[in-house]
Design a protein around this ligand. Sequence first.
Ligand code: SAM
Length: 220
Amino acid sequence: MTGNTFTDTFRHKGLRKKLTEIVRNKGIKDENVLKAMETVPRHWFFDSGFLEFAYEDKAFPIAAGQTISQPYTVAFQTQLLEVKKGDKILEVGTGSGYQASILYQMGAKVFSVERQRLLSTKAKEMLPEAGYLVKVFFGDGYKGLPAFAPFDKIIVTAGAPFIPEPLTAQLKPGGILVIPLDDLESQIMTTITKLADGQLVSRQHGRFRFVPLLGNKAQE
Ligand code: SAM
């Protein structure tokens, strides 16, 4: 919703508090994640005709056939990232910019890459207007962002058929990559931790449903 004034009424705040409680009751324990979710106005990332859907715990269509992820999924991925103030984080799949704003709200330096030109242009305009100083790039997230590497954490917000090697290469020792893996209808949420000696340790965290991480070519 670029060009809009960013209003945040008592009603919005109340709905957000309720949504945060829903996410807490589903098992999210990281208080910093919950606080960010209660603070960032999710309705700012929706087109104005759909504001009433912003505080449901559901994914929702955005432009270019993509989705803003379900709030619980955003909270779950963010909790797995173990975000600390000052962390340098790469997000693959900017979409609406909501996930990136949650990370920024938590004190991270956020770099986000999106392969749909329309979404990346919208996010580049809207995020600074809303006060979220995220660096947004148009490009193919399979390649990461080598010019800005290494990163403390990397989060992929689309379903990946495999772990892109550039992403693990761009992770600092001690860093964490969160990536939904599989090209089936649903994906296994996976964390890859890079040990001090460069070894990668993988853990699985249940199934989620994402739009696919698409290959090779950024879309004009
Ligand atoms: N994080 C987003 C948010 O908070 O709104 C939701 C992301 S949406 C579920 C997945 C996004 O990944 C889509 O915007 C899609 O265009 C993007 N995507 C798919 N393949 C990509 C790629 N290879 N590189 C970068 N972005 C990609």
